[in-house]
Every structure is written in structure tokens, then in C-alpha cells.
Design a protein around this ligand. Structure first.
Ligand SMILES: Cc1cc2nc3c(=O)[nH]c(=O)nc-3n(C[C@H](O)[C@H](O)[C@H](O)COP(=O)(O)OP(=O)(O)OC[C@H]3O[C@@H](n4cnc5c(N)ncnc54)[C@H](O)[C@@H]3O)c2cc1C
Length: 617
């Protein structure tokens, strides 16, 4: 057999020649000398080849085992004097071309030390548990190769198969891409920002309350480890900037992902091709998705077989107005209002130093902002902090303190509560904002405090009242959302803050995230709609399950592979009324195992099976 395998230049006749059985002992000796397994060369189903350069000189050996439609590449060897000349790459391509010519599809291999080389050739490191049974049953997999050998797959190009579009290159979008690749599914990640992780970069100065051990995805770790990445200390708490620098950026530039991500690509519409939201028809579910993507001023249409919207909520903060709408005057005062967590000790220091800032909100973002302002006040005389809560102080949830299994999260709430109690910040609670005007170089914030009209003066506002999903570009897909939470109806009762304050959510995946539009999913922060509870680990489990389902592995999609830490505040018990009102349970049903508590319905069990999210709005 002769081969001019791409990308070697045709004309130069590199050649792949079948190895005769009498040459097997010599191959076995060469493999053993290189530390590669050679005990099973003569067993059935194996094919071995020699690789020759244009002059006919021997430049390598390689082979495969055929297992149904898959091949396991093996016994790849380039002699020391032939290395560094591209023979390994050419030989692998030639082997794959020859295997494909014989009908093989996906190629697999196991390697102990050459994963970066194979990653450059398009092989994707894959969690070992995702090996298809015939590959897992091979002698190489089951015993000849060490248990820590990296399993890699190169999916054969399937003509006409569209990629799965992933909207957003945040932590969950990138994890979705890694999960899809580990199933041999081609992802295309579309990121609106000029860089990946653009939302996390915006809160890069904030230290996370979950340590590294909770913050990375399994498939992403497998990809990265294959390329020489060293996982950060699992017990250390990174900042947002460190999450990008140590994890998201290396992941996005890995051989596996870098050509599958487009930055500066904002999705402005999603639909079924030729089927708007209204139109039924036999072909609807089979029609590909079409995404309208804005890139540098022009709009491009991109087709996809499925869509996972991981676009987060960071760019759609809730307003200060207490009715959910921006308060009259709020948009006009935008230059004095920051949403989320501005870096008051860094880039936003001058805006707050020596001035009065009104912080609005009760979640972790507000707590972080207040703590930073208090630190600023120590260094900058005249810095004053007002903190407005919508609830009476006694009803504010400052977290589980020492009972929180995420210690940093507990500490954050406890420190914030202490600042209120010792008067370091002035709490306005309850304070409901009705209007904002700019007068004499400051803001006059009008509203109701304890039911009485009140006006508060401040130089600046930090509005940390949570986020909401941007549904504008989903107008043409059939999404089903809970009317209050704006999460899927199956997920909403698990996370609705009206039902429980504990942030507990039982593990969930593809089934709970399904929409009437088959093949369309919202995952990550955005999947929680307006609920202020989301942990990266929850999102990783979501996209693991979705990717498994899209790969046809329904059993893996259903399997729950998530353990999350308790918040320590699972204490609310507001009865079953809201569940009934919202149609989550029937008129006569009460939650059986919590003595009527809604927490049971919402998965809010403190115990072995309960898992929790956290408040960060
Ligand atoms: C300050 C803060 C601290 C947090 N701390 C923790 C913590 O300690 N532990 C924890 O587990 N969780 C934490 N979270 C919650 C959550 O894990 C993060 O918000 C996380 O970033 C969510 O990841 P995501 O990928 O879903 O969304 P994002 O990180 O928001 O990423 C979404 C991406 O989509 C892009 N995008 C948006 N719209 C479009 C569009 N139309 N087209 C294309 N791209 C688009 C955005 O630019 C962005 O890059 C924190 C959240 C905040 C805000």
C-alpha cells in the first residue's frame, strides 16, 4: 500500500506497507525496547505496517486493532534517527486514511507520554469512562497500558454533520465544548466578547467562594492534562481573573478547542431553518438550527444540529427600581450607577473614594461590594457606605456562616452581617426605590423606608440586585419557561427563591433542561433564569448530561454525577401554598417527607442526597 497522506506533499511517495507476519518478532523487539506493549501482536484483528520515506528507507511502524466501526491505533514508533522530520504525523495520517478506506470511523489510542503530539493531530483526550465498550475491552485498555494512560479519540469527519453551537465562552460554554468533544461531537463556540470569559474577566477582582476543587469540569481537565496542564491546588480560592488565567484561557487555547471558538461573534437570533416559532410541520424537529451571528458589523448565518445557550446573565443586571423595571431616572443617571461588583479598590477607586455610595442588594455580590467599600473607607477618609435591602433586616439571609460547607461563602456573609450590626455601614431596610434624580452633582434616590416616603442622597450607586436572562435572541425558538423564575418548568421549583432560601438544588441534567424545541438547551448561569443560586459545579453537571444525551448515551445523561456542598441555611419553611399557587404541586398535595415544607418539593433536603447552590446576585 502506498500513500500520499495529507498534509504531506504529493509527489513525494511516502509509503505505508503491510507488515508480514514473519516480521512481527522484530516489531515486538523494537516496541519492547521503546517501552511499548508487544505481548499481543499476533492476536487476531490486528494490522501492522511499516512506514517508508521517498527513498524507501524505513522510518516507522504503526498499526491498529479494528473493533466494529472503531480502530484503536497502536504500536506507533519512529526510530530515534528519523524523529523531528514529520514522519510520526505523516504516518498517523496515512494509517487513519487507510483505516477509513477499510470502513473505520472513530480512531482511538492510549498514550502515556505523547498526548500533546496527538492533540496537535486532532486527537481529543477523553475521560476513560467514555470509552465505548469494544475499546474498553481491548487488552491495551484493560491491562497492557497503565491505568493512567491518556485515552484519546479522533472522530472521523462525518460529511453533512453540523456542529453543536455553544453560545458563550464562559466557564460553562467552554465546559460544554469539552464535553461534546469527549463524545466525538463537533462544537462551535460563539462568544460575543473580544476574549473568552469576558463576563468572568469583568469580575476578575472578586475572590471566589468555591475553591479550585469545585471550579473545573472533568472533560476540560482531561483535555488540559493531556497538554501538560497542572491543576491548581484544589483547596485554594481563585479570583475571577485567576480562574481565567489558570484554567479558562489555557482551555480555550488548547489544541482541542482553539479552532472551535470564535470570539467577537454575538448571537442575535436562533431559529429552526425555515421554521419560525409559529410554524408546525413534519420537518420541524429534523430541520437544522440557524443562528444569526453578528461579527464586526455584518451578520452571518451559521447552521447547527443543536444549540446550547451558555450566554450567562452578567450582561443583563436587574435594575435598582423596586418593581423590577428601571426606576424613573435610573437610565439617565447611568454614569453614576455601577451594576454588579465594580472594582472599588482598583479601576473604580476614584469614583468611590471620599464619597457616599449606596449599595442596593442582599446577595454575595452586594456583600463583596460592601466589604471592598469598607476597606476603601479605611484608606480614604470621607468614604461612606449606605446599604439598602428590600427586606427588613431580620429577614435578610446572610448565609450559613460556620455551617456553610463552603467556608469562604459562610465567612463572606458573616463579615457582611457584622458590618451592619456594628454600624460600619448604615443599613436601610426595608428600602424600596421608586425614582432617581441627579441634583447638585449627586443622586437623590427616592423611595419608601418602612412604608414611609424617604429620600437618600449619595454620590454613586452600586446596584447588585441580581441578574436576569436575555431572552431577546430566543424569540423564534420554542422555549418553555416558568413565568416567575424564567428557568425551565422542571428546574424552577428546585431553585425558586420564593420557595426556599437555602439555595439547595438536587442534581439535574438534560431532562430538566429540555425545552419543547428538541435539541435546544439553556445551560449554566442563564439556565437559572432569575434565581440567584448557581454554582459552576452545577453547570458542569448540566453540560455533561446534555452532551451525553446528544451523543445518544441516554443512560449517562440520566446518571447524576454531582456532589455539592451545603450552604448551612436550609431553614425556611413557608408551607406548600406557593407551590400550589404556581402549579408546582396539585391542590391537595403536600410535601410528604418534610412535614409539609416546600423544601422537600424543591429538593432542599439537608442530608446525604441534598446538594446546594449559592447566592451570588
Ligand atoms: C461575582 C461573582 C462571583 C461568583 N463566584 C462564584 C463562585 O465562587 N463559585 C461558583 O461556583 N460560582 C460563582 N459565581 C456564579 C457563576 O459560576 C458564574 O457567574 C459563572 O461565570 C457562570 O458561568 P457561565 O458560563 O454560565 O456564564 P458567564 O461566565 O456569564 O459566561 C457567558 C458568556 O457568554 C457570552 N455571551 C453573552 N451573550 C452572548 C451572545 N448573545 N452571543 C455570544 N456570546 C454571548 C458572554 O460574553 C460571556 O463570556 C459567581 C458569579 C459572580 C457574578
Amino acid at each position: 500500500m502506498s500513500d500520499c497522506a495529507p498534509p504531506s506533499p504529493c509527489g513525494k511517495q511516502y509509503a505505508l506497507r503491510p507488515l508480514q507476519s514473519e516480521a512481527l518478532p522484530a516489531l515486538a523487539a523494537a516496541l519492547r525496547a521503546a517501552g511499548l506493549p508487544a505481548d499481543d501482536l499476533a492476536e487476531p484483528g490486528r494490522s501492522f505496517f511499516t512506514w517508508h520515506d521517498a527513498s524507501g528507507s524505513l522510518r516507522g511502524h504503526g498499526g491498529w486493532e479494528r473493533h466494529g466501526s472503531a480502530v484503536l491505533l497502536r504500536s506507533l514508533l519512529v526510530p530515534a534517527d528519523a524523529r523531528g522530520q514529520g514522519h510520526g504525523r505523516r504516518m498517523v495520517e496515512a494509517l487513519l486514511a487507510a483505516a477509513r478506506a477499510e470502513g473505520a470511523e472513530d480512531a482511538w489510542l492510549l498514550t502515556t507520554d505523547a498526548a500533546p503530539f496527538f492533540a496537535r493531530l486532532g486527537f481529543v483526550a477523553t475521560p476513560r469512562e467514555l470509552a465505548p465498550p469494544p475499546i474498553a475491552a481491548t487488552r491495551q485498555f484493560a491491562g497492557l497500558c497503565p491505568a493512567d494512560a491518556t485515552l484519546m479519540r479522533r472522530a472521523s469527519p462525518r460529511p453533512g454533520t453540523l456542529p453543536v453551537a455553544v453560545i458563550g465562552a464562559g466557564p460553562i460554554g467552554l465546559a460544554a465544548a469539552a464535553q461534546l468533544l469527549s463524545h466525538g461531537i463537533e462544537p462551535l463556540v460563539l462568544e460575543a466578547g473580544s476574549e473568552i470569559g469576558s463576563a468572568v474577566r469583568a469580575w476578575g477582582h472578586v475572590r471566589m467562594f468555591s475553591p479550585w476543587g469545585f471550579n473545573t469540569d472533568t472533560a476540560a481537565r482531561t483535555l488540559l492534562t493531556a497538554e501538560g496542564w497542572t491543576a491548581p491546588d484544589p483547596d485554594v480560592f481563585p479570583t475571577g481573573a485567576e480562574l481565567v488565567e489558570r484554567y479558562l484561557a489555557p482551555l480555550a487555547t488548547s489544541s482541542a478547542l482553539r479552532d472551535r471558538i470564535r470570539t467577537g461573534a454575538r448571537v442575535i437570533g436562533v431559529a429552526r431553518q425555515d421554521f419560525g416559532r409559529l410554524r408546525d410541520g413534519d420537518g420541524r424537529d429534523a430541520a437544522p438550527f440557524l443562528l444569526h451571528v453578528e461579527t464586526a458589523g455584518s451578520v452571518e448565518a451559521i447552521a447547527a444540529r443543536a444549540v446550547i445557550d451558555c450566554s450567562g446573565t452578567w450582561h443583563a443586571p436587574n435594575p435598582a427600581g423596586s418593581h423590577g423595571m428601571p426606576a424613573p431616572g435610573e437610565p439617565a443617571a447611568a454614569d453614576r450607577i455601577a451594576y454588579g461588583i465594580p472594582d472599588v479598590l482598583g479601576a473604580a477607586r476614584a469614583a468611590h473614594a471620599g464619597r457616599t455610595t449606596l449599595v442596593v442588594g442582599a446577595g454575595h455580590s452586594a456583600m463583596n461590594a460592601v466589604l471592598d467599600l469598607v476597606e476603601l473607607a479605611r484608606a480614604e477618609p470621607g468614604t461612606r457606605i449606605l446599604w439598602a435591602f428590600r427586606r427588613p433586616l431580620g429577614a435578610v439571609n446572610f448565609g450559613g456562616g460556620a455551617r456553610d460547607a463552603l467556608a469562604q461563602r459562610g465567612v463572606l456573609g458573616a463579615r457582611a452581617q457584622a458590618l451592619v450590626e456594628n454600624g460600619a455601614v448604615m443599613a436601610l431596610a426595608p428600602f424600596l426605590i421608586d425614582g432617581i434624580t441627579e441634583a447638585e452633582g449627586a443622586l437623590a434616590i427616592t423611595g419608601r423606608q418602612d412604608g414611609r416616603a424617604a429620600t437618600v442622597r449619595a454620590d454613586r450607586m452600586i446596584v447588585a440586585t441580581g441578574f436576569r436572562p436575555d431572552l431577546s435572541f430566543l424569540r423564534e425558538v420554542r422555549v418553555a419557561l416558568d413565568p416567575a423564575v424564567e428557568a425551565t418548568p422542571a428546574l424552577a421549583p428546585l431553585i425558586d427563591p420564593n420557595l426556599h432560601s437555602c439555595g439547595t438544588v438536587r442534581p439535574h441534567g438534560e431532562a430538566e433542561l429540555r425545552h419543547p424545541e428538541a435539541g435546544f438547551y439553556i445551560a449554566g448561569m442563564k439556565s437559572y433564569g432569575r434565581a440567584p443560586t448557581f454554582l459552576l459545579a452545577t453547570g458542569h453537571e448540566q453540560v455533561r448530561s446534555i452532551a451525553a444525551f446528544l451523543a445518544g448515551d441516554v443512560e449517562a445523561a440520566r446518571r447524576v454525577e454531582l456532589v455539592l456542598p451545603e450552604t448551612g441555611v436550609c431553614s425556611t419553611d413557608r408551607g406548600n401554598g406557593v407551590l400550589r399557587d404556581r402549579g408546582f404541586i396539585g391542590a391537595d398535595e403536600i410535601s410528604p417527607n418534610m412535614g409539609g415544607s416546600r423544601q422537600a418539593q424543591s429538593g432542599c433536603r439537608v442530608g446525604t442526597a441534598a446538594v446546594t447552590g449559592s447566592t451570588c446576585g
